[in-house]
Design a protein around this ligand. Structure first.
Ligand code: UDP
Length: 364
């Protein structure tokens, strides 16, 4: 039996891991140990995903959150190393671009344990983003680089990664959307609770530091969404950090009169809110793609995106969050629009491909 140790800690990682962990459990010769760093720890940012997506409870919960990036990553490195020394896995699996990703990959490679990176090769080409630093470093030390898109594979080729290490598999988030997406209906759920009519509201999410930690950008986003709310209800599940930053900027109370601010929701409620929205406005990577999976137009409130193919195909409009009227304009232009019929994220079997490859290499 070969042991894979998975390090995860943030909301999108629980969602991505749900399908891969399921595939590992069904594969002969492989077992998995799950290490939750604690980066996201609230029930509605963590536990809800384990329950809804049918995941096993983590074998280790490290309870590390808060503090500066360096302090958080350092504590994770120490604790993950301790678990690795105890478990002695044959491979370490990490997802995406968070501090948990970097700490897991770095702890493993220092112990000469090969690292598998899911969602390898994504680039924003903006080194001011903590995510860009984390993903570049994780890719540099990974042994298996599982890429979600052709663009990601091309980025790695340009950076000189050996071709045999780059393994195009498609996007595991498409697997999750196909697997669990059909569980949601038009009635009940979040739509029922919020009394929203299908296709008659805008769904917004904001959590990137480049937006939350810049008061002028956050204020411009608030203005744009408040203006949009004069036309259509705007529902905004608030990431905990965004709530803190809105409150610190004195924007929360005025905003709450105009926009439907709610706590973060579980995956099934979120899929329902996405699927039946007239439009999605977001700075989330996952939410951009989920809008497309449900063929809902999206406006991305950022200066760049890693998921460029959706901009090219007309499903996503990229607008800098510096200026409220630019954002309102982009939202108006996107409402009711459709993009081209493209399929850049594979066919929904990314998890099976990842696990098959790990089985081949580890059990050979
Ligand atoms: N999500 C959720 N509830 C929410 C907001 C987001 O379940 O209130 C899900 C969303 O459907 C997607 C994932 O979280 O699958 C995206 O995570 P996030 O936006 O935190 O991170 P990113 O994708 O930007 O890394």
């Amino acid at each position: 039996m070969r042991k894979i140790l998975t390090v995860l800690g943030a909301r999108p990682q629980f969602i991505k891991a749900s399908v891969v962990s399921h595939a590992i459990a069904q594969t002969d010769g492989l077992s998995e140990v799950l290490v939750h760093t604690g980066q996201h720890f609230d029930a509605n940012m963590s536990d809800v995903f384990f329950v809804e997506l049918g995941m096993a409870k983590p074998d280790y919960f490290l309870d590390i959150h808060g503090g500066s990036h360096g302090a958080m990553t350092g504590r994770m490195l120490t604790e993950v190393e301790r678990v690795l020394l105890q478990e002695r896995p044959d491979a370490v699996l990490v997802y995406g671009d968070t501090n948990s990703t970097l700490a897991g990959a770095l702890a493993a490679v220092k112990l000469q344990i090969p690292v598998a990176h899911v969602e390898a090769g994504l680039r924003s080409f903006n080194m001011a983003m903590p995510e860009e630093v984390n993903r570049i470093l994780a890719d540099r030390i990974a042994h298996w680089l599982f890429t979600p898109t052709d663009t990601a594979a091309n980025n790695l080729a340009r950076e000189g990664v050996a071709p045999e290490q780059v393994i195009p598999v498609g996007d595991v988030m498409l697997d999750v959307a196909l697997h669990h997406g059909q569980r949601v209906q038009e009635c009940g759920g979040a739509l029922g609770r919020l009394a929203l009519r299908p296709k008659a509201y805008v769904l917004a999410t904001i959590h990137r530091a480049e937006n939350t930690d810049h008061p002028e950008r956050l204020a411009a986003i608030v203005d744009a969404l408040a203006a949009t709310a004069r036309q259509l209800p705007v529902v905004w599940p608030l990431h905990p950090r965004t709530r803190v930053m809105l409150a610190a900027a004195g924007l929360l109370d005025a905003l709450a009169c105009k926009v439907r601010l709610i706590d973060p929701v579980g995956y099934l409620d979120m899929v329902q809110l996405e699927k039946f929205a007239a439009l999605v406005a977001t700075d989330s990577g996952g939410v951009q793609k989920e809008a497309f999976f449900h063929r809902v137009p999206c406006v991305t409130l950022r200066d760049e995106t890693e998921w460029v193919e959706l901009v090219g195909a007309g499903w996503n409009r990229l607008v800098s969050p510096k200026n409220a009227s630019d954002m309102v304009g982009a939202i108006q232009a996107a409402l009711g629009s459709r993009g081209e019929d493209v399929q850049p994220y594979g066919t929904g079997d990314a998890a099976a491909r990842i696990v098959r490859r790990l089985q081949q290499d580890l059990c050979a």
